[in-house]
Design a binder for this molecule. Structure first.
Ligand SMILES: *[C@@H]1O[C@H](CO)[C@@H](O)[C@H](O)[C@H]1NC(C)=O
Ligand SMILES: *[C@@H]1O[C@H](CO)[C@@H](O)[C@H](O)[C@H]1NC(C)=O
Ligand SMILES: *[C@@H]1O[C@H](CO)[C@@H](O)[C@H](O)[C@H]1NC(C)=O
Length: 411
């Protein structure tokens, strides 16, 4: 079973992952796997972007360009329908693809469109669809954002754009993981946006990170100073970039016929706690894993790690002297989530490493507008990625989400 070759591949894989984390020459590293792994002839959809995925399933689609107050150009996508608008917001280092890759039988975007909702798919600055700025600014300036700017600039610009295009006064919101963090940032830093949200369904919500079970979090937390130093001085501005070689590598090792499928399993376990590969649809694994990561800034990643280190849901920590300059206080201000007044539904799972139920309880106590809070029973072993990519996503997530949104429509 465990041949010399497998062990060699395994060590090489771990090395590549380390390289990847530190953004060193990953393309060359992962390209080795093109030759060692064979494809079972997985579908070409591993190379399709959001518009092409929609077209491949014969769904009408539109691309819209939203320009933020600070000049970022966001490409967002729409499945136009006559009904009320729903905005789907992806997780960290991910993109609008996350709501589409499983196809109409399992992905939420198509199902909402089939139910008559006007579906809008968000993309945050820095991901594969949002690499442009209206001005010719330096890379250093372009990548100088954390999840705060996504929440305080990108989301407000997108919400305003949708309301002006559709002439509705409110939009419904579905956010996964970082898509909930950015929602809390928007509604607490720019509280006037609360009244523009009909209802927010927050899947695997992330705000406080005191109890996160992600095994590498301690390592990252202890290395925070060096990681920050690397990001700033070594010009490693982008984290988890969209990389075709890496995509191809993922698509091949995650293929049902791959002889080194254990590498796929290992990576999904180490990074997301996935218990068994069959919890993600096996035939869809190549298309899922070839679309993640889609890129974000190193600062977004560091901001989350700071949340774990400080045990506070607060603005980016620059260190005492720059904090004084930016915030006029030695510590960064916390996000005041009590200002969130739009009704929210929280959906978390007892075994999720990133959206820990104790942390969700802290969040729930501080929020004033929780309409409903659901804990998915630990016996289901429902892990983080499964909220969007899971084999059981229809029964555990999509149907309940549709029920909530259809219930609101009847009111
Ligand atoms: C999309 O439409 C074309 C032309 O009508 C058809 O050949 C194809 O099978 C359809 N694809 C899907 C996924 O329904
Ligand atoms: C953008 O700025 C860079 C560096 O200042 C410069 O080299 C480049 O020519 C500029 N590009 C355009 C299109 O103005
Ligand atoms: C979770 O599932 C287990 C096993 O099916 C069951 O015994 C337990 O009562 C459930 N817990 C809740 C809170 O529903």
């Amino acid at each position: 079973m465990c041949s010399y070759n497998n062990i060699m591949d395994l060590s090489y894989e771990l090395l590549c992952i380390l390289f990847f984390i530190f953004n060193i020459n990953t393309a060359t590293c992962f390209s080795k796997f093109k030759t060692v792994t064979q494809s079972s002839g997985y579908s070409d959809s591993i190379f399709l972007d959001s518009l092409q995925l929609l077209q491949s399933y014969n769904y009408s689609s539109e691309k819209h360009v939203v320009v933020t107050e600070d000049g970022y150009k966001l490409n967002i996508f729409r499945i136009p329908r006559k009904g009320s608008p729903v905005l789907l917001v992806h997780g960290i280092g991910d993109s609008s693809d996350s709501w589409l890759v499983l196809g109409p039988k399992h992905s939420l975007a198509y199902q909402l469109a089939d139910a008559g909702f006007d579906v809008w798919l968000f993309n945050a600055r820095g991901n594969r669809y949002c690499k442009e700025h209206i001005k010719n600014i330096s890379q250093k300036l372009f990548w100088d954002f954390s999840y705060e700017e996504i929440g305080s600039y990108d989301l407000p610009a997108t919400v305003n754009y949708i309301l002006s295009e559709t002439r509705y006064s409110k939009v419904s919101y579905v956010g996964f993981s970082q898509g909930s963090t950015t929602f809390f940032v928007m509604c607490s830093m720019r509280p006037e946006f609360n009244k523009k949200i009909n209802h927010a369904i927050l899947l695997a919500p992330v705000a406080w990170l005191k109890h996160t079970k992600y095994p590498l979090i301690d390592f990252f937390s202890k290395s925070l100073n060096i990681l920050t130093w690397i990001a700033e001085t070594q010009q490693v501005y982008e984290a988890f970039p969209f990389n075709e070689k890496l995509n191809l590598y993922h698509a091949s090792v995650c293929d049902t016929l791959s002889p080194v499928r254990m590498l796929c399993e290992l990576e999904l376990f180490v990074n997301f706690g996935l218990q068994k590969l069959s919890n993600l649809l096996p035939e869809k694994l190549p298309v899922i894993t070839s679309h993640i990561p889609a890129g974000t800034s190193s600062k977004v990643f560091l901001h989350f790690i700071q949340g774990y280190s400080t045990q506070r849901f607060q603005r980016y920590d620059y260190g005492v002297s720059k904090n004084l300059e930016v915030y006029s206080s030695t510590f960064p201000p916390v996000y005041d989530v009590s200002l969130v007044s739009a009704p929210v539904t929280l959906v978390s799972s007892e075994v999720d490493w990133f959206s820990d139920v104790e942390d969700v309880s802290i969040l729930k106590r501080k929020l004033n507008s929780v309409a409903k809070s659901v804990h998915i029973n630990g016996s289901l072993q429902f892990t983080h990625l499964e909220f969007v990519y899971g084999a059981r996503v229809n029964s555990v997530i999509n149907k309940p989400v549709l029920n909530i949104l259809e219930g609101l429509r009847k009111k």
